[in-house]
Design a protein around this ligand. Structure first.
Ligand code: FES
Ligand SMILES: [Fe+2]
Length: 376
């Protein structure tokens, strides 16, 4: 469906069409959810040139250790030196690009299994069999990838060159002040394969409106869609939709501590494009989304708690009940997402008619189109 046709301003026609739809308050054309060419553009412009989440701070390697990781489908390597300095590299050997490490390791060096070049945790080449004395070690070291820690998440900018992330999130920081997110630790995770475009998952996660249909018998009686409100992001790369949790909802949560949070709100928030997270009294959660193709990604549902909850009475039982509940809700969401992708896949679907309850979706689209347009 995509063509090389350009309009007078030099933009590809599909992008101009999407801009026009966006200006009318409508969603992205269906191609944005199905087309492999457009997905490749997203990989380059949104994922490689943007900031994407990798893991939580509690999942980083310990000092003098390393591990591979996945950042929006890019294979990366995290190292932590003896001084506790974190570095991020492509997980590709500087010699001929062999995957450098295939699992977590401890020690101060990493040896490539292909021709046995050895690198330090700072990425420097330490030895290269047979040729070591003759090569320029500086030129053969691993190239560092920019990273930032924000609210306890490690973000990386895989392709480099992005503006710093933190200053662009001041509005979201204000909305999340007092929730202790940065200190929360990962206590459970569960993975799902998802045969739909990553944006279908994102859009489903970040609005409460679908509680009316998808979760009519489960969440909507407790978290009614009609009470949702979306913050104005002032053009920054994030969204945040909130609602106040009623007593019925809170009484059903296995981990609730009203004394340690600023309100009884639940905030669903995103750092564009891929972080999808939520915080509520006593706990938080996020979706680790790893896009794979235009119509497939992997998701890991990760549950976070303040560290002082660990080891409290009936912790394991309460955690198991929480994860059962999250999975039941996510299965309802997966069913909906699969059907949305089906609706999009025929190419007949008109761009979404977005309402004020879909405002986070509109905010993502505005940001995405700005990024794509700025690349021309
Ligand atoms: S590819 Fe790693 S040593 Fe050759
Ligand atoms: Fe849902």
């Amino acid at each position: 469906m995509l063509t090389d046709q350009q309009d007078n301003g030099g933009l590809p026609k599909y992008l101009r069409t999407a801009q026009e739809q966006n200006a009318l308050g409508r969603g992205l054309p269906a191609d944005f959810y199905t087309d492999p060419v457009l997905y490749a553009t997203e990989q380059r412009e949104l994922f490689a040139r943007g900031w994407v989440p990798v893991c939580r701070a509690d999942q980083l390697p310990a000092p003098k250790a390393y591990r591979p990781a996945d950042a929006a489908g890019f294979s990366i390597l995290l190292t932590n030196d003896a001084d506790g300095r974190l570095r991020v590299f492509p997980n590709a050997c500087a010699h001929r690009s062999m995957r450098l490490v295939d699992g977590p390791g401890a020690g101060s060096r990493m040896t490539c299994p292909y021709h046995r070049w050895t690198f330090g945790l700072d990425g420097g080449l330490q030895s290269a069999p047979l040729v070591g004395p003759r090569i320029d070690r500086e030129a053969c070291s691993l190239t560092e990838i920019p990273h930032e820690l924000w609210q306890g998440w490690l973000f990386v900018n895989p392709g480099g060159g992005a503006e710093p992330l933190g200053p662009s999130l001041v509005g979201l920081d204000a909305a999340l002040a007092g929730w202790g997110l940065a200190d929360m630790v990962t206590v459970a995770a569960v993975e799902f394969d998802s045969e739909w475009n990553w944006k279908v998952m994102w859009e489903n996660f970040n609005e409460y409106y679908h509680h009316l249909g998808t979760h009519a018998d489960t969440l909507d009686p407790l978290l009614p869609a009609r009470t949702a409100r979306t913050l104005d992001n002032n053009g920054e790369p994030w969204s945040c939709a909130s609602m106040t949790c009623g007593e019925d909802y809170l009484s059903m949560q296995p981990f609730v501590d009203l004394s340690s949070c600023p309100s009884t709100d639940m905030h669903l928030f995103s750092v564009f494009p891929l972080l999808c997270a939520g915080v509520q009294p006593g706990s938080a959660f996020w979706l680790r989304i790893i896009p794979e193709t235009a119509t497939r990604h992997r998701v890991s549902w990760e549950f976070l708690l303040p560290p002082e909850e660990l080891g409290t009475p009936y912790f394991e039982e309460r955690l198991a009940a929480t994860m059962d509940g999250l999975q039941a809700i996510h299965r309802e969401d997966m069913e909906a997402c699969a059907l949305v992708q089906r609706g999009l896949s025929g190419g007949l679907a008109a761009p979404a008619r977005l309402t004020e309850f879909d405002r986070p979706v509109n905010q993502l689209h505005e940001w995405l189109l700005r990024r794509l347009v700025s690349s021309f």
